[in-house]
Design a protein around this ligand. Structure first.
Ligand code: THG
Length: 369
């Protein structure tokens, strides 16, 4: 794939932060939920080091919400995920695989229980709203399903706690991981969770009042100078090292949650009703034949567009490399691969054609760190 421009149109949505990040030097976008998602501000490796040491503000408005409202909302949300939400609590987030009747992954969102009749499904890049509406119509559920105007701003990095304390006071540092509450700024209350798509710690501000949200955005940069605050975005290197999976890249509808290592989010033994439960029971008893694993190569450069076959010495395909980057931590290329059972063991050797050379790699556990 060559570098190219993407034509603008109404289908390709910008975010309330777009004009700001363009002034701040965004250099690449990806498209996610039909919306711009920044992918780079200059060097990804420099951003990676900065994210691990300081604090960044991210425009992750493309992580859209599917709001499920009404009497049957809990039933519908449960029907969509293999994770048992019967003991879920208001003010908590839950990482939930969404699967279809064949146990194929549809999405891997964060589900927010606002109250028992109001849920937000904070989605990865597939049209979950259509799936939810189809299920609600077919089951005659009493629910309202919408995409509300919510534009997440993430504050990520080790200094995010000090920065947010400076704005919201000590109270915000008491939020537990994956807990959320409401905090005032700029004349509006914002739902803020301790979460985010990095393992460096931080918060996600679910901005509903755009004007107040933009004031907060600007304020964070003004008062964040002492913490070396910079604009940023989900970082390819950091997320691979941390083993944060990307739906559409590392896994898709052809994979089931066991194959993705989601065992702890699968509750087939509880009595809740969800789609694909029988299929998951069959898969569990028969066992899986492929699994997501880490792979390391003793090389220093890779640029993946699409997936890359991993082979054995006889050139049989034994796996598929789905994401990869150069890791400054390991000083080699690391990646996430769907490995066939015969070759998924740790330390298994595999081969791949990278940058025109046949390279030798080794399978390892996820996460890398
Ligand atoms: N935040 C919000 N919405 C999102 C994402 C996000 N939607 C899209 C995408 N990211 C969904 N995917 C993930 C993947 C991993 C995590 C969150 C969203 C994550 N995982 C933790 C981990 O793996 O350690 C914790 C999971 C757990 O509860 O055990 O945070 O980032 N709003």
């Amino acid at each position: 794939m060559k570098n190219f421009l993407i034509a603008k149109s109404r289908r390709l949505r910008s975010t309330p932060y777009t004009s700001r990040i363009e002034e701040q030097g965004v250099t690449a976008y990806t498209i996610y939920n039909h919306m711009l998602l920044p992918a780079a501000f200059g060097s990804i490796e420099e951003s990676y080091h900065h994210l691990k040491e300081h604090v960044q503000i991210w425009d992750v408005a493309a992580e859209r919400q599917v709001e499920i409202l009404g009497k049957d909302s809990a039933k519908l949300v449960q029907l969509m995920t293999c994770r048992d939400l019967s003991k879920s609590k208001d003010g908590r987030c839950y990482y939930c695989p969404i699967i279809d009747d064949n146990a194929g992954l549809i999405n891997d969102p964060v589900v927010l229980r606002i109250n028992k009749n109001k849920w937000w499904i904070s989605i990865a890049d597939t049209d979950v709203i259509l799936f939810a509406k189809g299920l609600a119509i077919g089951n005659k559920f009493d629910v309202e399903i919408t995409e509300p105007k919510v534009d997440i701003m993430a504050v990520q990095g080790p200094k995010s706690f000090k920065l947010m304390e400076k704005v919201f006071g000590e109270q915000i540092t008491k939020l537990k991981f994956f807990g959320f509450d409401y905090f005032e700024f700029g004349g509006a209350k914002h739902l803020i969770a301790q979460s985010g798509w990095s393992k460096q710690g931080g918060y996600e501000v679910y901005v509903q009042n755009t004007e107040a949200g933009l004031k907060l955005y600007d304020h964070l940069f003004e008062i964040g100078k002492e913490f070396n605050v910079k604009p940023g975005c989900p970082n390819l290197i950091e997320r691979i090292e941390s083993g944060l999976l990307s739906h559409g890249n590392d896994m898709d509808n052809g994979d089931n949650p066991y194959e993705c290592g989601f065992d702890k989010y699968i509750n087939i033994d509880s009595d809740v009703i969800f789609l694909g439960k029988e299929k998951l029971k069959t898969i569990k008893s028969e066992g899986i034949n492929k699994k997501l694993m880490g792979v390391k190569f003793d090389i220093e450069k890779i640029s993946l567009t699409g997936s890359l076959d991993l082979t054995d010495d006889q050139n049989n395909i034994v796996g598929e490399l789905r994401s990869a980057c150069y890791s400054p931590n390991f000083k080699k290329v690391i990646g996430i691969a769907m490995m066939k059972k015969s070759h998924w063991n740790v330390d298994q050797k595999v081969k791949a054609s990278i940058n025109g050379d046949i390279c030798s790699g080794k399978v390892c556990d996820l996460p890398f760190i």
